[in-house]
Design a protein around this ligand. Sequence first.
Ligand SMILES: Nc1nc2c(c(=O)[nH]1)N[C@H]1C(S)=C(S)[C@@H](COP(=O)(O)OP(=O)(O)OC[C@H]3O[C@@H](n4cnc5c(=O)[nH]c(N)nc54)[C@H](O)[C@@H]3O)O[C@H]1N2
Ligand SMILES: Nc1nc2c(c(=O)[nH]1)N[C@H]1C(S)=C(S)[C@@H](COP(=O)(O)OP(=O)(O)OC[C@H]3O[C@@H](n4cnc5c(=O)[nH]c(N)nc54)[C@H](O)[C@@H]3O)O[C@H]1N2
Ligand code: SF4
Ligand SMILES: [Mo]
Length: 750
Amino acid sequence: MAHPAEWKSTSCILCSTNCGLQVQVEDGHFKKIKGDKSNPRSKGYTCEKPSGLDHYQNHADRLTTPLRRSEDGSFEAIDWDTAIREVAGKLARIRDTHGGSKIFYYGGGGQGNHLGGVYSGATRRVLDMRYSSNALAQEKTGEFWVERQMFGGRPEPDFEHAQVAVFVGKNPWHSHGFDRARPILRAIAKDRNRHMIVVDPRRTESADLADIFLQVVPGTDAFVLAAMLKVLVEEGLTDLDFLSAHASDGQALFDVLSTVPVADYCERAGVSEELVRQAARLIGGAESVSVLEDLGVEMAPHSTLNSYLEKLLYSLTGHLARPGTMNLGTHIGKLIGGGKDNKTSPVGGHKIITGLIPCNAIPDEILSDHPDRFRAMFIESGNPVHSLADSPRMREALDALECVVVIDVAMTETAKRADYILPAASQYEKVETTFFGGGFPDHTFLLRQPLFPIAEGTLTEPEIHSRLCRALGAFEDRDLATLREAAQESVEKFGLAFVQAMTGEPKLAAIMPVVLYETLGRSLGEGLEGAASVWGAVQTLAMENADSVRRAGFEGEGLALGNALFRAILDNTNGVVITSDPYEATMERIRTDDGRIELVIPELIQELADLIDEQPPRTTDDYPFILAAGERRTSTANTIFRDPSWRRKDGEGAMRMSPGDAEGLGVETGDRIRLTTKRGSVEAIVEVNDTLREGHITIPNGYGLEYPDAEGTRKVHGIPPNELTSSEDRDWLALTPWHKHVRARVEVIA
Ligand SMILES: Nc1nc2c(c(=O)[nH]1)N[C@H]1C(S)=C(S)[C@@H](COP(=O)(O)OP(=O)(O)OC[C@H]3O[C@@H](n4cnc5c(=O)[nH]c(N)nc54)[C@H](O)[C@@H]3O)O[C@H]1N2
Ligand SMILES: Nc1nc2c(c(=O)[nH]1)N[C@H]1C(S)=C(S)[C@@H](COP(=O)(O)OP(=O)(O)OC[C@H]3O[C@@H](n4cnc5c(=O)[nH]c(N)nc54)[C@H](O)[C@@H]3O)O[C@H]1N2
Ligand code: SF4
Ligand SMILES: [Mo]
């Protein structure tokens, strides 16, 4: 008789919110998946997508052995010892000949796996790899740059309590981006005292719930946002008391805003001036406002300027540091490099923001005869050939490198170009977590524990990095004896010994995450070794935010406080509140030079002033459409699912087009068309869709992966969006690609 399977806690890995899940597993498969009501963040909520998670855990493209490229270009299976020895040898040779800065690191995590990136820190130090990047540097670095200047931190919205919710180029119904998005959107829509404003060229599922929907001409958000800010100033809706108490002198900004022609800018953006004024009045008059921007304005013209104007909406109206407004919370772990934003890329001289080289610059930093060009690339948990702009050029760049090493779970478009592929255990076969958005006033954290045994032939990232560091001569077992002994005794003993080692032994300090893994990690129990770096992260958190940690109910001084937190994280597999803050903490966390919100960013004020000379739209006779290349839909989850059979509908990923445009071309839903940009041309299937403006077309993200079909023939399923994009259409400051704004042509296939 079968006994009832056990429910285990974990979380979804398909988007940044990482909703809590309860699952049953059997024979290496997910059997049942449901929302976890005891998860403090998601409280039982999930969307429709995690039901497909077995397609991530089990699929035909899982890697099961290290692979090495042979002379004839094919891959041959090699054992782990050979793989580690050769990878370490090759990369060390490049470091010793040309310098470690010529080895470029990319990736480090997806939506729900950020520990691999932490452990890579050790390998990077040993190889002296100075430059790195990841997908954030093709979406969020412009926003980060603005936030650093204005606040010295990253304010997060509180839509659960906001009276007015504003979404700019963001469709939370499908893309989420905050906990329990759909119930919260519905609650706002139902409540007559609460309001939603959506700025989007498409009448999205979120826009359908909005009180004010500004259906902008694609790429004109800067005009709309400038007009709203002008109305706020003109109609006396800014919060002068707040500004005089907390903000810098904004005269240079107000001078430019005073010249904004509201009616004219609304006309250029294709929206009603009256609606724009109403939206500004709602924001100015509300008790609380939260605002969220995303790819619709970041991957479009005036990307960084849009981020600045969006942040001015809530800053000028004083919507910070209260429930329902924008707040600055605590952070655990690191997704971005530290340091000041004053470095530039070695070849192109492009701004490195939050430690990340702009993704759009990567090919140019390789395909050059500049002495400082990158000569090797170490890629981990990222698929840049598929996900960065201009896939053909990215392939060319990878092929030009002396050595490409990829750590992944799957044979991806990127792995296919590698010299060595190191297969990783899946995200449900090891301890993992996300460092994305923790929440305010309560910051929750969930450490996922393994659900399945590690797949045969694979290793976890901490183990891979540890072996690489060892092969590179960074440590030997005898260096770790004292720490291992201490760890066997207790976490407390270990903590003291570790602090001593980190201050007294620079050799070990350089590879801190791997030392943690090899010492504390080995004492945590089988399968939990990778949790060791979380101990380091919580100690940092507890040191920097002791009061916040205590308010969450933890006790102790110094290391003891962090140890208490670490234990709670190991014990509470459905998540735990790690810090708790009063709203005043937000103002104290503003880390600009003078502790005041900086209203003036000179580079962007100039761009704002220059808008006056720009006449949208940006289409041409050859390319009369604006294509948004990479729309989030119910059938997309980046490239986390490779097996196309996870999709219940929209199998090919249709190109959406307005009824008017379809009629003009004489096409109907299901017809095939040819979609062409200056960079590439693909066939697509049409979906006539009345949520689009005329002249605007969209294709989904995450499609176009190669995967065996029913007969076992490898085939590309749907459109790989970046065969159509180019890396030169981009923001001047952060180099963010304009994926939502690709000029295109559509032709009927006879
Ligand atoms: N289902 C699903 N959810 C996901 C993901 C996924 O792949 N699938 N990916 C996750 C990731 S990595 C991210 S970064 C987020 C992204 O989340 P979002 O940014 O919300 O997703 P998108 O659909 O790419 O773009 C948002 C909106 O921008 C609009 N837009 C296009 N052009 C313009 C414009 O010129 N102006 C304005 N104002 N809007 C415009 C689009 O119509 C769309 O509704 O989603 C996350 N969530
Ligand atoms: N044209 C266009 N391009 C876009 C977008 C768009 O809207 N339009 N969106 C962009 C955005 S916002 C983002 S965030 C990127 C996302 O693009 P990527 O950063 O490339 O991210 P993912 O698709 O999440 O893929 C991450 C990789 O991690 C691998 N992986 C999964 N689990 C593990 C694991 O446990 N260990 C290891 N080592 N690897 C693992 C997967 O197989 C996959 O290869 O795409 C971007 N590309
Ligand atoms: S909202 Fe995101 S994290 Fe939550 S269940 Fe859906 S895909 Fe998973
Ligand atoms: Mo993203």
